[in-house]
Write a new protein. Structure first.
Length: 266
């Protein structure tokens, strides 16, 4: 009888222990799932944030190329302002203290793209201008509640400038330098691209040419899928790379801590 009772008590303890282990396992599993879900959400947010920043960089490079292509005087002005440098900050070009004509042209072209309809730009001849988003007032409802009393285009322009000038530190890099090519009768071209914001040695970009071809849109722009050092060697072209730079005051970029922005297209 004592043995039977002892066995019965042991069974109870084993059952309780197993239940507790099961509960602990369930709690651990639930917490692990929550952690993994949280991690996925964080990773998703980081990927989305990087993707949006990448698009902004592409837009900066693209519009800068359009400014250069629009008038020979624009690229002569930029060439003279560079004074042989390979890099120039965006603040120096279009910031509050800039008095360059480049700034005026940049803002005018930016407004044109914001005003284009449809906003996602239907492809022409299989190509299209850089992907969205340009920052528009739909991204911030603050000043968009009263569309009849505000200029939505100017709000969009200010949002974009605030993002690229105040919230980020961005520069244009010319790996091949900048040729002004003053002779307007000769073809001129430039390729715009951006730092991929990872360790890749390539990125897609856009080839802007004064000569319109069957592969380009009406502005002579052709989407290009592989901009790398070989591209620089094969195609004797001006190239613009929009990239961030580290500023210990307000642009530390911890998400890109292990990335050397200066290596791309060196």
């Amino acid at each position: 009888m004592k043995i039977t009772k002892l066995l019965f008590v042991c069974i109870i303890f084993i059952t309780i222990a197993c239940n507790n282990d099961a509960n602990d396992l369930e709690i651990f599993t639930n917490e692990q799932q929550k952690y993994e879900l949280h991690g996925k959400l964080i990773n998703s947010f980081q990927i989305d944030t990087i993707s949006i920043f990448q698009k902004k960089l592409q837009w900066i490079s693209y519009i800068s190329a359009q400014v250069i292509m629009k008038e020979s005087s624009n690229r002569i002005e930029l060439f003279n302002h560079l004074q042989g440098r390979e890099t120039i900050t965006l603040n120096e070009l279009i910031g509050e203290d800039s008095n360059l004509n480049f700034k005026t042209e940049f803002l005018n072209i930016l407004r044109e793209h914001i005003d284009l309809s449809p906003p996602d730009r239907d492809p022409i001849h299989g190509t299209q201008s850089p992907p969205k988003p340009l920052i528009t007032c739909e991204d911030d409802l603050g000043d968009c509640l009263f569309p009849g009393t505000v200029n939505l285009t100017e709000i969009a322009v200010q949002f974009f400038l605030q993002s690229v000038l105040e919230q980020n530190c961005i520069e244009l890099y010319f790996p091949e330098g900048l040729s002004p090519l003053i002779n307007i009768n000769l073809p001129y071209s430039i390729t715009s691209t951006a730092h991929p914001l990872n360790h890749n040695s390539f990125n897609f970009g856009y080839h802007h040419s004064s000569t319109v071809s069957s592969r380009s849109d009406d502005n002579g722009v052709t989407e290009t899928y592989m901009i790398n050092t070989s591209y620089l060697d094969i195609l004797n072209d001006n190239v613009i790379v929009a990239r961030p730079y580290i500023n210990e005051t307000n642009c530390i970029y911890p998400e890109y801590l292990l990335i050397n922005f200066h290596i791309f297209l060196q």
